[in-house]
Ligand binder design. Sequence first.
Ligand SMILES: C[S@@+](CC[C@H](N)C(=O)[O-])C[C@H]1O[C@@H](n2cnc3c(N)ncnc32)[C@H](O)[C@@H]1O
Length: 202
Amino acid sequence: MSGAGLAVLSPREGEFLLEIGFGTGSGLAALARAAGPRGRVLGVDPSCGMMRRARRRVARTGHAGRVDFIIGDARRLPLAEGRLDGVFMSFTLELFPTDAIPRVLAECRRVLRPGGRLAVVAMSRAGNAGPYARWYRRLHNLLPGIFDCEPIMARRALEQAGFRIERSQAGKVWRLPVEIILGCKGESALDGQVPAGYAGTS
Ligand SMILES: C[S@@+](CC[C@H](N)C(=O)[O-])C[C@H]1O[C@@H](n2cnc3c(N)ncnc32)[C@H](O)[C@@H]1O
């Protein structure tokens, strides 16, 4: 499913790209391969353990020189404004508390250049999610430490953050609904602001 998200982002040679929540590093390795020797890739994740695993994976693929790892939080990206061509986030946005999602997406907008792309893969509760999704949500409410994702309305969250939606796909992982969304940073009245709310709870 992350592969489908990378395909939607369609990273190009020479681009400056960021993955938020890189986990074990398979996304970073794919981004580095696509960006090529003239490109540059950054990864932000708060976990030192994940960083060690991702570093080893990126090194094994021979792209170590193109990837920089940052221990950090997506709510406060330690990056300059308007520089990135693309941001990738796979199974990470739905880990944030609902009220933090606008802040994370505003940070993505801030660091992207005008016309830059954001690809999000996220567990979804858009539409009629079905019985497995209802069971998952019950488990999440009972055992949030284990079932730690709160499925979200990803497309709606990106729209509310001021992204223009370029593509929107539905998929499934372990029978649970997933959204794969590509947003583009156009000119927007929201530039430089965090939207007041995220209506994903309605
Ligand atoms: C479920 S894993 C997804 C890993 C990978 N993107 C994938 O699709 O396999 C979520 C990742 O988000 C990271 N994460 C958790 N909180 C974060 C935060 N505040 N900012 C950035 N990344 C975060 C976790 O450390 C973890 O690596």
